[in-house]
Design a protein around this ligand. Structure first.
Ligand SMILES: Nc1ncnc2c1ncn2[C@@H]1O[C@H](COP(=O)(O)OP(=O)(O)O)[C@@H](O)[C@H]1O
Ligand SMILES: [Mg+2]
Length: 224
């Protein structure tokens, strides 16, 4: 079955007191396996909210998210969390590593949710991924001992360890210098190409967006 992400009239409203903020309005789109799609738009346009709904982290007010034909918001929390863990990699906008775990343990973490994990093998794969993101020398460092860019690379390795069918990334290179940004982008794109994953990324970088198969521009929560 071909991997496909399909959004149908997705909406999300936030209520603060008696004010309603329509963060995402009637978004419909689809992305195929192996495609790279960029989401662009000004701050507050709904990019992070949209990604969270696709990633199974924030429930839509209405609408449907289909991933590999699974209607993720029609299923219960246990199913959704297993599905997310097995099929979706998520690189968050802000630091998201567990401070009490070293780099290898952070990267191997999504493996512990699966059944019949083999700790030695999981750690070996985590080490391979950390070497690929250029952190072979910092395997056992804790997040507080790493720079922001290094922490981001650990988070990318963690998102890739289960070879997700869908990779979601929220401005994953926003705080990196230009050279590191280019390296991290190449890593993300080549990893997705290798596993034929769909890759959906929020970015402010025009050059990156120009290289995408689709560019979705959000304004006031709606696609332009
Ligand atoms: N938890 C929340 N509660 C209330 N409003 C929120 C919340 N999260 C986001 N918003 C609002 O929703 C809109 C979209 O936010 P967001 O998705 O974070 O945009 P972006 O990622 O494009 O900057 C903004 O107006 C923001 O203030
Ligand atoms: Mg955001």
């Amino acid at each position: 079955m071909a991997m496909k992400v399909e959004l149908r009239e997705l909406n999300r409203a936030y209520r603060i007191g008696d004010q309603v903020i329509e963060a995402v309005r009637d978004v419909s789109l689809s992305i195929d396996a192996g495609e790279f799609a960029a989401i662009i738009g000004h701050s507050g346009s709904g990019k992070s909210t949209l990604l969270s709904m696709i990633g199974g982290l924030a429930r839509p007010t209405s609408g449907t998210v289909l991933i590999e034909d699974v209607d993720i918001w029609a299923r219960d929390d246990a199913f959704r969390s297993d599905f997310r863990n097995a099929r979706i990699g998520f690189v968050f906008q802000f630091a998201s590593l567990i401070p009490t775990l070293n780099a290898v343990e952070n990267v191997a973490l999504p493996r512990n949710f699966g059944k019949g994990g083999n700790r030695a093998q999981d750690e070996e794969e985590a080490i391979m991924l950390l070497e690929r993101v250029g952190l072979g020398e910092r395997l056992f460092s804790y997040p507080s001992e790493l720079s922001g860019g290094q922490q981001r690379r650990v988070a990318i390795a963690r998102a890739l360890i289960n070879s997700p069918a869908l990779l979601l990334a929220d401005e994953p290179t926003g705080d990196l210098d230009e050279e590191t940004e280019a390296e991290v982008m190449e890593l993300l794109l080549s990893s997705c190409r290798k596993t034929h994953a769909a890759f959906l990324m929020v970015t402010h970088n025009r050059a990156i967006a120009e290289g995408a198969d689709h560019v979705f521009r959000l304004k006031g929560g709606a696609l332009q």
